[in-house]
Design a protein around this ligand. Structure first.
Ligand code: GRF
Length: 206
């Protein structure tokens, strides 16, 4: 691999709908870690005005941001996304706060090559309100999970987890801050390892 160059890096897309702090964490690796095995070549969003889109544009990353409602149905939206992914040679996808269920169009195009980040120790607290649900359940510990995406909601094979303690009196905001601090270290590391694997797999024609 050429240090600092793009040769030998796996082209990936990041899907995001929100603030994009995890996208930002990965972009820091892209910019400052010459050995990070991934190269973010596209950011996809279903929320054209979201902060993650601004983060991508500020870093000079191409953005595909469209509302699903602008298409006849979700399959048509995903077909348009797939065209973009293929046009840019994307080999794998990292979801980072993408608030939609990935459908069969994308799952079948990237089997085992779509990864998600979730703010709990799955299978505990799946779904949109994992942090709030963990607090409501009164657990002393929650965490972060990285898993491959399947057709379910936060159900695919777990790749990595990290525990996060919950202190008495914590709010959703303070717990989320603690979780984000872990995510911003764990996700770029795991996505980097996966990218290395995806590059090898595609090179072997799998
Ligand atoms: C993260 O907490 C992630 O676990 C969840 O969505 C959040 C995205 O945050 N899936 P951000 O947009 O990367 O700041």
């Amino acid at each position: 691999m050429t240090a600092g160059g793009d040769a030998g890096r796996c082209p990936i897309a990041v899907f995001a709908s929100g603030t994009g702090s995890n996208l930002q964490a990965m972009l820091r690796h892209q910019q400052h870690n010459p050995l990070w095995p991934a190269r973010i070549v596209l950011v996809v969003s279903d929320k054209p005005g979201c902060r993650a889109c601004d983060v991508a544009r500020a870093a000079g990353i191409p953005v595909f941001a469209e509302r699903v409602a602008a298409y006849p149905d979700k399959a048509a939206f995903e077909a348009a996304v797939l065209d973009e992914l293929r046009a840019r040679g994307v080999m794998g996808v990292a979801l980072a706060g993408y608030m939609r269920i990935v459908g069969p169009t994308l799952l079948s195009a990237y089997p085992g090559r779509i990864v998600n980040l979730h703010p709990s120790l799955l299978p505990a607290f799946p779904g949109r309100h994992a942090v709030r649900d963990a607090l409501a359940a009164g657990v002393r510990e929650t965490g972060v999970t990285v898993h491959l995406v399947d057709e379910g909601i936060d159900t695919g094979p777990v790749i990595a987890q990290w525990r996060v303690p919950v202190d008495a009196g914590m709010t959703e905001e303070s717990l989320l801050e603690r979780i984000h601090a872990v995510e911003h270290v764990l996700y770029p590391a795991v996505v980097g390892e996966l990218a290395r694997r995806w590059l090898e797999e595609v090179g072997r024609g799998r």
